[in-house]
Design a protein around this ligand. Sequence first.
Ligand code: F6R
Length: 354
Amino acid sequence: MTVEVTTPAAVAVPGARMRREIAEQPAKWHDALTRGGEELRAVRARIWNRPPKAVLFVARGTSDHAALYANYLVQTALGVPAASASPSVVTLYGGAPDLRDVLVVAVSQSGGSPDLVAFLEMARAQGAATLTLTNDTDSALARISDETIDILAGRETAVAATKSYTGELLALAALFAGEETLAQLPALPELGEKVLAVATGPVEELAARYRYADRIMTAARGYSSATAREAALKLVETSYVSAHGMSSADLLHGPVALLDQSVPLLCFTSAGPDAREIAQLVDLAGERGVDVDVIGDGTVTGRTLPAVLPRDVSPELRPVLEILPAQLLAAEVAVARGYDPDAPRGLSKVTRTY
Ligand code: F6R
């Protein structure tokens, strides 16, 4: 006799919400660029007409990866210094730097983290202009910020942030990218659909291999280093694998010693200034028998993945697309390892007794 014991949560298909939210992203980007377009253009015009002396981002986790991406944009396109601030400067040490002529940008899908609120309050008191990018315009951060951008990702129900991450990237690109990059934004929703369609099968195959890995390294350079970090975080959160995302420059000097046959390496690169270094890393890893793969347009290839990104996407916009296969991978590895990426560890479980 077969006895099946289930909890109400067990009825849900593991990863169904995360997969749905991953798939929704291109439509959400279209919405953000159309419905949210006017607001983005207005805030952008204010920033570019009178650029601040510096831009300071404040964010955590996934949102901090979006901020890392924006650091590159601000410095290369807007041409002013940018950095990510540590909220503990305020919350642990009571710091209050002079922030006159500085734009402080909080990036937070929930808009509710008390340490970010404390940082923004300090920033206002210290003379900064403040801007919040959030998925909740009723949040504490939105209430205290001079200006707020709604990233319009819609309610995110899976534990791991996916569509709110790319919503943040997109809004940051709309605010801080140069004109040439800006002109490419409307093409992203269609390209995103293509990436998801092309990547799903190959990523499932990769997940079947990663299922057995205890450790995974991810690497990229420049704009895409945000992707490497975010991909690693998604794998850690959903699959409980020890994943580490690094700049390929840092990885090549020292931590490269970690790489062997038991530690797969996943790189992110396409045609552009970062490809040469990633090719060097892929060759080195290959010589050591490392299971190395590349998410990109085929300029550099690893063991199995085909080109999953279209050609001719500028390095500035690649992070919006190349995280899609990595999000899928995290969901698939979690499911392959027997976890439900939609729910925190131990809370959602199917128990089958035969
Ligand atoms: C990752 C994730 C966290 C959050 C972080 C910041 O999937 O959800 O890393 O990104 O806790 O949260 P927010 O963006 O709400 O400030």
